[in-house]
Unconditional design. Structure first.
Length: 183
């Protein structure tokens, strides 16, 4: 079944509107991407998201207006609408949302810093609680085998340090010790 010229021109006009709406959608995604700075992975994911959404929108548009046929003039209309939006409103929005982005980044840095400090304090408290629990277990309960080995090693090291101290030191301290031994 052939489409009339009126149906084709109506489809072309609405495809221009579809292109404008896709341009607005792309600017919203771009704003989020620039604002939160997700890196290269964020750019790839946002571009794939935009391509999927625009292809689904174009397919649904062709189902509604062209009985499921995708015509070249509809794709051209979408592209022209997107380009028009990007070159006019997109440029104006870029000038407007640069200060907005810098403000949002400042706020997000402050929030991240507060969350980081809170997390540090929380982990420090958890560490202290766990340390005290382990200390109580060692005092009142059985000492785990690995901890007992650590204690034995420390005891032997302390003995070596004491014997080393007996034979080391300055000559004055040795003379003092010897005088005390003679008397």
């Amino acid at each position: 079944m052939e489409l009339t010229f009126a149906q084709q021109s109506t489809a072309f006009m609405f495809s221009l509107l579809l292109g404008l709406s896709l341009g607005a959608f792309y600017e919203a995604i771009r704003f989020i991407r620039i604002c939160f700075n997700f890196g290269k992975a964020g750019v790839i994911i946002s571009d794939i998201l935009f391509m999927l959404c625009s292809s689904i929108a174009l397919f649904l548009f062709s189902l509604a207006f062209l009985l499921g046929f995708v015509r070249i003039y509809v794709i051209a209309g979408c592209f022209l609408g997107f380009l028009f939006f990007k070159l006019t409103v997109g440029r104006l929005l870029a000038k407007v949302y640069c200060p907005v982005i810098s403000f949002i980044r400042k706020i997000s840095r402050k929030i991240r810093k507060k969350i980081k400090n809170f997390t540090k304090k929380l982990l420090k408290n958890v560490y202290n609680i766990l340390y005290n629990i382990i200390k109580k277990i060692r005092i009142f309960g059985k000492v785990p085998q690995s901890a007992a080995d650590d204690i034995r090693v420390m005891d032997s090291n302390e003995k070596e340090n004491k014997s080393f101290k007996k034979f080391s030191g300055s000559s004055k301290s040795r003379k003092r010790n010897n005088k005390g031994n003679k008397a």
